[in-house]
Design a protein around this ligand. Sequence first.
Ligand code: NAD
Length: 482
Amino acid sequence: MAEENQYDVIIIGSGPGGYVAAIRAAQLGLKTAIVEELELGGVCLNRGCVPTKALIHVSRELNALKDADAFGVTAGSVTLDEAKMDDFKKSVVDTQTSGVGFLMKSNKIDVYHAHATITGAQTVALEAREGDMSGALDVPAQITASKGIVIATGAVPVMIPIPGIEYCVSSDDLLEGKERPEFESITIIGGGVIGVELATFYAGIGKQVTLVEALDRVLAKIEKDASTAIVQQLKAQGASVNAKSSVQRVEKLEDGRLRTVFTDKKGKEQSADSDYVLCAVGRKANIDGLFAEGMSVETDRGGIVVNDKYETSVPGIWAIGDVHSGSSQLAHAASFEAEQAVEEIAGGSVRERDQQAIPAVVYTWPEYAHVGMTEEEAKAAGHDVLTGKFPLGGNAMAVVEQSGRSFMKTIFDAETEELLGVTMLANRASDMIDESTMAIANHMTFDQMLRGMRPHPTYMEGFTEALLAAKGEAIHMAPAKK
Ligand code: NAD
């Protein structure tokens, strides 16, 4: 085989797992190739995190302008040009994906625009894909990796097996914005993170949104008081939220619209008519067509099984991000795992990382962020807990920004006073959760969290209060009744 087709490491997939793995490998002096069959940047940059946040930003700005009258700013008639909004979203995506192309080039990583099939523990067959990809090389039939193959192929939407599912779209379809015509209404099946974020966006730009969730409440994995506040906000935006509701079928009406038929929490049949039906009931590992016949790795419920170093059952083949069975399906976790896996492959020193303190964010109004354990999880794990909760009604910045129902909550182990978990429902919670992640990763305690001061006026003063509240010492809150 030609020398140029022999690598130390081959990365399959170029999302936040794959492209970070490639860069870290190049930093460590490994000859690296990355194979991508669609676009550089993966789901996150092209059809996931980045475009959704661009759209949610637009809907927030739109509503900020509409609400500005309350403090004396009259913006006249505020309207939304959806075509321009889509152009903005595309420009954000293009900026981010071309950044990945630049990083591949500047790190001297070979990029192949191709479908990869793993044919052996060190060999990958390539099949060229059509279309331009920045800096991509001519595609050979096969490349080899002497040190490791890293699978970073992510996840694809699950579509539920109900009659009429063929009329429904996935979040990938919507966010790619392929000829998305203007529309008035959308029904969303699944009240998880994708369902709620897109409901926030669509309701925010004035679409009629119907959300249908099978479990007792939407965002069932997050703290109940946070999900209750988020549902209240969605309803205030005009959305219809139906929990404990089971979707039966989707029918196409004569006028081309879609009727979603579901049984509500009382077992009564209901229906919602809308222009679109989005199926957002989860994502599954993307491994179809990844292995040649006779070649496989151990899987569990469709995901690839890995050890704590992210190596699969076949030595030399690694899997990071959404594709492995223990994945949190979060982009930042994929990037973190990528660095670890590649350092293991390189065989030098591996940075010490806490892979458990994974911050999670839902981009609602206000934002939800969480890291570590919830109160229920801490108790279930055998901890006696101290919990502190501070409603941000008593926080100056929350009053200035009129941030709605917001709070911060802390959970400590009662004996060691180590911080176990933090939940925030507040504007910019996505950024503010960072301090708690570092604190949990470094096993910090109540006293250590309170050793420094936080500036005034900021939301983070509310965090100081939530810490203090764990011992009944919050300053801007009435003492608990004895
Ligand atoms: P999810 O698991 O978060 O939510 C799916 C929801 O669909 C669940 O609440 C489930 O009960 C419900 N459901 C399942 N079957 C149903 C049915 N037949 N009828 C009605 N409801 C049904 O999955 P998702 O929202 O598709 O997101 C996929 C992954 O992507 C998640 O792991 C999520 O964390 C991740 N993600 C993260 C972000 C972020 O970090 N902000 C954003 C989007 C997605």
